[in-house]
Ligand binder design. Sequence first.
Ligand code: 13P
Ligand code: SF4
Length: 319
Amino acid sequence: MTSLDYKNEILRLKKEKGAVILGHYYQIDEIQSISDYVGDSLALAQEAQRTDAPIIVFCGVHFMAETAKILNPSRKVLLPELAASCSLAESCNGADLRQFKAEHPDHIVVSYVNCSAEVKAESDLICTSGNAEKLINALPQDQKIIFAPDKNLGGYINRQTGRNMLLWNGVCTVHDALESESILKLKAENPDAPVVAHPECNSAVLAVSEFVGSTKAMLTYIKNSDKKRFIVATEAGILYEMKRDNPDKEFITVPGGCEDGTCCSCAECSYMKMNTMEKLYKCLRDETPEITMSADMIERAAKPIVRMLEMSRQLGIIK
Ligand code: 13P
Ligand code: SF4
């Protein structure tokens, strides 16, 4: 089948089955263009909670589809590629976090949404890159906190809030590989272009960035800015929405780190790119792979996510 055939078949099956397609900004362009809703982790979690579609096809990575299932357990949640993981989610498991908690019994656990359901079930509060700073600021100043699993996001929040959270030693391998030296070189060549960066980047990169925020926050910053050119320090998939939203603006990408030394200069998340139009088509056609979890796991993992959504509403971060 050609890519147009896949597109037509996906649209036909979606209508026939009353399914909704949720897509993250890091998905391939074709998938973003066909999604009913494209967003960051926080917006996609909200959308998963409010949809009444019987089938949610989640075009993102596994922890995001799991979050959709946890928030809307009566729906069938499908993920085109079940192996679409995340280096952050893989860096921390429930048993190790339980052990760490036992070593620090006076701490609560705030976990970044990029973690497995079993890690969420061990957490007191979940956050996303879009709400982390405000949620942490809303907790009592003397509250001791373990922050898992992203040490870069946690370190950034520590610096922003003046906290001293204990950080789990996980990183996003895509963002952590971006180097401040490359950015400084680009800045010297393009002095008119501010740097926008995701907080999963390392501290040296964040230190030389003009704006730090979630995928959605970066898009909003660029949309509202009167600058015409931007240096973008995040996963390359976001360029699709950046260009679509700002046809008159120019984007300069920061070359990604390359594991084998033959750098193609892309900063791409191999997990996000596992979903393809063919897999999306087959997933809708066969209604598999499906995300399944025990009722007990759903109940335990839901608590800190629901708390995040409630706090985010109270703080005016979301509606
Ligand atoms: P956002 O919450 O900003 O969409 O980020 C998710 C993610 O996986 C970033 O690497
Ligand atoms: Fe995980 Fe990084 Fe990929 Fe986001 S970009 S899904 S944090 S590996």
